[in-house]
Design a protein around this ligand. Structure first.
Ligand code: HEC
Ligand code: HEC
Length: 295
């Protein structure tokens, strides 16, 4: 950092400071104490009786200057100011910051460490912690998933239902938040043609009604779709391939939306929050979103 004073400037600043303080000291000494050497005979006389007065300035000036001088010297002994001299109290802005961080740590550090280690189910029972989790959620997630976390068709999934595209376990939810998710399904129009897309749209709807047995689309389903969505349409959380048999659709449950998904593909993206939130905040969010066991 070139703009910081080098040793030369440091020495120079210290010299100037000390010299000015010494100069000030000499000045008040010479005005108030050495004045006695100045006899009336030395002063010139004008116009017969006008004599240049050698009267010292009022005494309260002396005290004012003297007290300021003492305060300056004390200040420079205690605090940084004299070149690079750190001062007896070793005060610094960085030090102030460090100690206020230490205060923060001792005040909230324990609660934060407990939160980072506690069991997810226990955390989700703690009302105070869940209130802070809700604040983290409101600030970071509500723009997309909504303040009620019910999502927004056709882009942002409902986080309060039982349908989890990427898995509803604590670890899977944590991974969704920390690393983000990028779902990829290519469009099938090229492969299947319009008729094939229609047939599989109908098959998908039949799946959600539980009426896919002996459906004409079954062969194509097994060939093109089952690898990701599963033979029974239950999906695969590892790929983010949603369950198509549960009647919950991210992109809408009407026939046009489903047809569009199949024909053109989809690639939903959940941004990663691992850099923006710390471990405790992520853990609180996981506790907020993880469904209670036994549900
Ligand atoms: C490579 C794996 C893969 C294959 C193969 C695949 N899908 Fe998908 N599918 C996905 C993924 C991943 C998503 C989620 C996309 C998203 O969230 O943006 C998806 C989403 C969908 C959706 C939208 C679901 C919703 O919630 O709105 C439908 C409908 C669908 N797939 C049907 C099909 C059909 C029919 C086939 C066979 C022609 C098929 N998929 C083949 C991976 C696949
Ligand atoms: C920019 C919009 C956006 C923001 C902000 C966002 N998300 Fe998401 N999130 C998405 C989208 C889109 C998906 C669905 C991705 C897909 O198609 O698979 C998603 C998926 C998820 C999933 C997986 C859902 C499932 O069914 O498996 C979780 C969990 C999640 N988000 C939690 C959060 C949390 C917690 C936050 C706040 C820290 C957050 N999201 C912020 C857009 C967002």
């Amino acid at each position: 950092m070139a703009e910081l004073p080098s040793d030369f400037w440091t020495g120079w600043i210290a010299t100037i400071t000390v010299a000015s303080l010494a100069g000030l000291g000499w000045l008040i000494y010479s005005v108030y104490f050495a004045a006695d050497t100045h006899t009336e005979q030395d002063s010139p006389v004008w116009d017969g009786e006008l004599r240049e007065g050698a009267h010292p300035a009022p005494l309260w000036w002396f005290w004012l200057i003297f007290v300021s001088l003492v305060i300056s010297v004390l200040y420079l002994m205690l605090y940084p100011g004299l070149g690079s001299h750190a001062g007896a109290l070793r005060w610094s802005q960085g030090g102030e910051l460090e100690s206020s961080i230490a205060d923060f740590e001792s005040e909230f550090g324990v609660a934060r460490r407990l939160a980072a280690e506690a069991d997810i189910q226990e955390l989700s029972q703690d009302h105070a912690l869940m209130a802070s989790a809700q604040r983290v959620y409101d600030r970071n997630c509500a723009v997309c998933h909504g303040y009620d976390a019910k999502g927004l068709t056709p882009y942002f999934p409902d986080l309060t239902d039982d349908a989890w595209q990427w898995g509803g376990g604590a670890e899977q939810i944590e991974q969704s938040i920390r690393d983000g998710r990028h779902a990829v399904m290519v469009g099938w129009l090229q492969v299947l043609g319009e008729d094939g897309v229609d047939q599989l749209t109908d098959y998908t709807l039949a799946l959600s009604r539980g009426a896919a047995e002996n459906h004409a689309g079954q062969t194509a389903w097994m060939q093109f779709c089952a690898a990701c969505h599963g033979p029974d349409g239950a999906g695969n959380p590892l790929l983010g391939a949603p369950n198509l048999a549960d009647g919950v659709y991210l992109y809408g449950d009407d026939i046009d939306a489903i047809r569009h998904s199949i024909a053109m593909g989809r690639n939903g993206q959940m941004p990663a929050f691992g850099e923006r939130l710390d471990d405790t905040q992520i853990r609180l969010l996981v506790a907020l979103l993880t469904p209670p066991t036994g549900r």
